[in-house]
Design a protein around this ligand. Sequence first.
Ligand code: AMP
Length: 105
Amino acid sequence: MTDCIFCKIISGEIPADKLFENDYVIAINDINPKAKVHALVIPKVHIDSLNELEDEKLMSEILKATKEVAKIKGVKSYRLHVNVGKEEGQIVFHLHFHVLSNTIK
Ligand code: AMP
């Protein structure tokens, strides 16, 4: 049993507003959006934070997925944001990239 909320979303134990999924990542809408578009790209393997990410294939898949999410959301202009460590605002200790945009039509 894991207490990780994103692991529970990945396993289907709790629902989420899913945008995209492949063998490496899942992308969901953030439950508490801070922009008109606010999605999260989350690796399927549990990695606490960016500091623990070493798999180069996974790094590339995460970045590819952020571009896919922007396409799905219909935005060409967006920001990627990653909080690393609680002192810099990381709340969920399962790596995730925020995809944020306010330039949706
Ligand atoms: P961070 O501060 O980088 O750890 O961001 C965690 C993000 O996860 C926040 O933006 C939350 O709103 C989001 N979040 C937490 N629980 C859920 C959930 N069940 N579904 C979607 N987003 C979530």
